[in-house]
Design a protein around this ligand. Sequence first.
Ligand code: ADP
Ligand code: ZN
Length: 777
Amino acid sequence: MQTQDARASVWSAAILCQPYSSLSYALPPYLPVHVWHPGMRVLVPMGQSNKLCCAVLERSVPALPTEKKLKSIFWPLEKEAVLSADYLEMLENVAARQLTSLGRVLASVLPASLRRVPDGWRDRKNKKIPFSSGRDNREFLSRLAEFWMQGELDVKSPGGKEPALTVSSDPPWPIRPQARVQWAVMDLLYAHGPRTASSIRAELGQGSTKALQALQDKELVCPCKPGDEPEGGSLEAGQDFCFSPEQKEALKHLSPRLRQGFGACLLHGITGSGKTLVYLDLARQSLEMGRSAILLAPEIAIARQLYQQARQYLPGAAIYLHHGSKGPSSKEKTFVELGQEKKPVLLIGTRSALFMPVQDTGLIVLDEEHDESFKQDQTLIYQAKEIAWYLASREEALLVLGSATPDVKTFHAAQAGHVSLVEMHSRIGKSTLPQVDFVDLKNDPPVFGAMAKTCAEALKETVKRGEQAVIMHNRRGYSPVLMCESCSETVKCANCQVGLTYHKKRNRLVCHYCGISVSFPPVCRHCRGSEFIPVGQGTEKVEEFLARHLPDTQVLRLDRDSTRSPGKAEKILQDFAQGQARILVGTQMLSKGHSFPEVTLAIVLDGDLGLGLPDYRSSERIFQLLVQLSGRSGRGEKPGRVFIQTRNPGHFCWQYIRDCDYKGFFQQEISRRQKFGYPPFVRLGLIRFSFPDTWEGKADFLAGLRKKAKQAAAVSKVTMLGPAPAVLSRLKNRERHQFLVKSSDWAGIKQAYLELRPLFERYRQVRASLDLDPVNM
Ligand code: ADP
Ligand code: ZN
């Protein structure tokens, strides 16, 4: 009888902080069994010192391990579970796919405030009773349990109201922090975006508190203002929507699919063909059927634009917006509200919105489905497209993947009939695709900054006519290389061995990989020289150059540096759309989905950038990037032009980009992949691992690993290439290596990884991860 009781009271809980495992706990004697529900957040003791951790009760009630004495759950964090069984099941599936634990997945998808350990109970008068007082005192706990059952006691997470801090967008010049810690704080904020004071303290230690205050006094750091939701978007208020013939045709195909259970569809429509309205109308129909819809965009700025458009198109609908740079309390609010929502909702957001607890989803749309930002390759590695696919099939929903330049794998799936294909061939209204020309830099060398004469003249003309131009250069900062005048050595990051980029506005040399910065001018590590020549140019320099040579022309810049604080990107885009500047210079951020009717000229300064990368998708990437960028020109009534500067005028991609010929490009690319054995004809996985570069045991470890890898490849029937140094072979004082695994199925790749994992885990110096279908190789 006793065992029976004990077995019934053993629960499994997924821990939301390191070690992220799932452990079994007994239910405590002081609370009745019926208070516990799967999906409920609870506090559990962990480790020697019995520190309290946040955990989530799992659905499974495992059998009691006989010989082990179990610890008990300490206390529930809520009276009703915030996580539904369906939701937990989805996360369990994600965890299984990525060979990781439910705890780790939860830790990366739950809003931070839902993972925090509160500091005590609150009684009815909101007076705090700290947990420490009587954690092992049965009687005390039993009394509290009585209050709990009577609803007189609560636990609340400490207020998540702490403001996020950010670097000022227009700091007093020149920037002058004094202490080293102050620079460290600045680097952290520059590299990772806004943070709260306590998270800065957690990262940099107590000393950062004073530094932070000093920086705030000097107005170098300030609290983030929540970004104002930009008004407008491209659907004008009160506009009567009259679908174009192609939009009607697309909807005729897609609408019935909303009633036919799971299905996936590729909406291949050229830039400016009006895909957005098709998505919004499908969402309307889904809501009318009583089912929720999720619309995903690759960038926050685009998600917000979509949100505005949706609010105009669907007044009265319950529409939510979720993206990574919303504040912690706002994320928690959206999360909890969505979980409790009784009506169908439209959720718009970036990839992480897939992890919001939306109920009964009838439609999932991924706009710009080819975009690499749908893949997350840090912390929790996942491809949003795959999760969307799984979710749609589970919910019997329609999945729509939209793009002008689909992922080669998606188009291949469409040709094979796994995904149905709907096409849109023409732009809305009078606008036509722009004329694209390639400028051979060997014949027409850059004279005007990085610009050939042809481009410079076209730019001047455009500005003179009162029209707008976008200039893309996929390098941020002022100059990517700084060379010592006397010995020609370049300046490198001491942690990563990659070149440092000079940022003139910050007046620092910055490592784009680890985020640390050093003062400018540096001292040459080889000859102690202090004269340096900046070589090459980044967006900052292009902007400066244009401002100098076209003095009466307003220039704006869009890149990661100019858009640090929330809402800044939208502000720049909105200012440009309203004609407050003639020229917008930027990185690839420019190419994504924006609609500027007055832009008639697009210039790409370095069309070749990226072609030489050791990645089987480099042609696909360049094709997508340049066609998308071209798509920003001539979207209004006036015809557009595009100039792409190159030193490889014969590259096979160019002709397809010029003709905007996706299918031509696809045919070439797919036959090349078949010939050389690349996806979609094989599955690829990347096993990454790293260790400190000073580790003495590394030679032994690598030798053991090589041997094990041979066995692993044979057992799992895969091809394993490596170990080879990663593209970034050293990062933050760690050596980085990788295996490229080719297989006919995912299972083989996973098995190969599982074969090696025990060896990785044997050394605490080693960190390893598996990336299925890697985007960055
Ligand atoms: P895509 O996403 O396919 O590149 P968009 O959806 O941004 O294209 O549409 C391009 C432009 O056409 C936008 O400015 C949009 O407001 C406009 N547009 C779309 N559909 C219609 C329509 N039916 N009538 C008038 N304008 C439209
Ligand atoms: Zn570095």
